[in-house]
Write a protein of this length. Structure first.
Length: 95
């Protein structure tokens, strides 16, 4: 970004109030533009990070849900096996 600040102002000995005001006005405009640019870059980066983290969280949540489902199936199968074994033992004792 090219600067509009005139480094020759105010001139030595003949400075006018208007030239000083113009230079300060240019400085203010440039500083505000830089601040807006930094704020926009920061907001964009935050949005990017939020999107990345949301995707990671979704992936981890999906993996956890799949593991939980597999554990539930394995647990149900083991319970069914134990129930079958116990039913067989009871039947053998009762016979």
């Amino acid at each position: 970004m090219a600067s509009n600040i005139d480094s020759t102002k105010p001139t030595t000995g003949t400075a006018t109030t208007q030239s000083v005001r113009d230079n300060f006005g240019n400085a203010k405009t440039e500083i505000e533009a830089l601040q807006e640019g930094i704020a926009q870059e920061t907001a964009d980066r935050i949005a990017d990070v939020n999107a990345e983290e949301s995707a990671r969280i979704a992936a981890v949540s999906a993996e956890a849900a799949a593991r939980d489902a597999a554990i539930a199936v394995e647990t149900a199968n083991r319970i069914a096996d134990v129930n079958a074994e116990e039913s067989a033992r009871i039947a053998a004792v009762s016979a």
